[in-house]
Design a binder for this molecule. Structure first.
Ligand SMILES: Cc1ncc(COP(=O)(O)O)c(C=O)c1O
Length: 383
């Protein structure tokens, strides 16, 4: 079996991640921050250590500005629904995932004005259009760091600076980039970064979060939910201190323990060399697919311009047929179709059928990629 569905979720996880989850459940299974006994304290310490590791990863000085969420979708909703009020204007791009588009469409139905900056069919954003739209009294700009279909890395720091010069807050969807490349709060100039644990960070499903990168971000976000936090139990009002202000209910302690191990693994030298290898594999994969007659590869041609994923189509073949044959005949697992991103496919011109998407991970080998290229080449040859 060759697993090339990393943009959907990474697999297999590094053994240290699995071990950390097991250790948490075996030896630290209390409710973090709730009780005073040793298992609760041990759990609370692990949650705090993960928060600190994430603050280091994203380059924020205060760990309490890392807010845990179930996934990137939860984090994006937390910001979008609490910041945007009827009458506000929000700006996004034409290559967003439904985790951005659906909450924005819901906000639009509540009376928020939605503006969409166009990208061309390679995923490159029209900077002039973006600048003009950002000047139209925008309260929040929400944009992906890299499209999950096209892979192109957006000029995020430039876009955030344009948006902030117009007075807008910026929310970056780093679902496809966190863990695959540096995502630094200061370098991106973002106010908020939404991330997920289960993709390139190599953490478990059910983990992710929202990073409050600036003082403005801290002031302008409100609790999405209220409930138990373990702090200020005497009060029926939700506490105003971070991170409790934005976290309520028992956290996913086991998942957060796994995420902490994943972040530490991600920051190790072992992972650095794997990122370099991953970039070479992407060059090899894109080049190999582009050389197959009848295969159309979408997005930028250079791997350095991409998150570690590539979408393509085989002429005269339905993408569902290609996906089925890859799985059944070659044991290659990938995702075909619209990838929860109809807007990105409309931008590419691949709506409504979609495309085939491959992604590589830290454990993908050169042999896996060779076999995938060979499989696509055979499928393309079979008239
Ligand atoms: C660009 C992008 N944004 C958001 C998401 C949602 O991430 P999660 O599964 O963590 O909610 C995804 C997942 O595919 C994605 O690719």
């Amino acid at each position: 079996m060759i697993y090339l569905d990393h943009p959907a979720t990474s697999w297999p996880k590094p053994p240290v991640v699995i071990q950390a989850i097991k250790d948490f459940l075996d030896a630290a299974g209390g409710n973090p921050g709730r009780s005073g006994h040793r298992l609760s304290i041990a759990a609370g310490r692990i949650v705090h250590e993960t928060r600190e590791a994430l603050a280091g990863l994203f380059g924020v000085a205060r760990a309490d500005r890392v807010i845990f969420a179930h996934n990137a979708t939860h984090a994006l909703n937390m910001a979008i629904h609490t910041i945007l009020q009827p009458g506000d204007t929000v700006l996004t791009t034409s290559v967003e995932h439904n985790s951005v588009m659906r909450p924005l469409r819901a906000a639009q139905a509540r009376g928020v004005r939605l503006l969409i900056a166009p990208c061309d069919s390679t995923g490159a954003i029209d900077l002039d259009a973006f600048r003009k739209l950002a000047g139209q009294g925008v309260r929040l700009v929400v944009m992906t760091h890299a499209s999950n279909v096209i892979g192109r890395i957006m000029p995020i720091s430039h876009l955030c600076q344009i948006a902030q010069a117009s007075g807008a807050l910026t929310l970056v969807d780093a679902a496809q980039t966190a863990g695959a490349m540096p995502v630094n709060a200061r370098q991106t100039y973002a106010d908020f970064i939404a991330f997920t644990g289960h993709k390139s960070l190599q953490g478990p499903p059910g983990t992710g979060g929202l990073v409050l990168c600036t003082d403005r971000a801290e002031c302008e976000i409100y609790p999405f939910m209220q409930g138990g936090t373990g702090s200020r139990s005497q009060s029926e009002e939700h506490p105003d201190v971070l991170p409790d202000r934005l976290e309520s209910g028992t956290p996913n302690g086991a998942g957060i323990a796994g995420l902490g191990a994943a972040v530490r693994w991600n920051r190790s030298s072992e992972c650095d060399s794997q990122h370099e290898r991953q970039a070479h594999l992407m060059e090899y994969l894109i080049g190999g697919l582009m050389n197959i007659s009848g295969v159309e590869v979408f997005g930028p041609k250079a791997a350095v311009d991409r998150a570690p994923l590539v979408s393509f189509r085989v002429s005269n073949k339905y993408v569902s047929e290609v996906g089925h044959r890859l799985d059944e005949d070659y044991g290659i697992l990938c995702r075909v179709g619209l990838h929860c991103a109809p807007a990105a496919h409309k931008t590419l011109g691949t709506f409504s059928e979609g495309a085939v998407r491959f992604g590589v991970g830290p454990f993908t080998s050169r042999d896996d990629v060779s076999r995938a290229i060979e499989a696509v080449s055979e499928i393309a040859r079979d008239g």
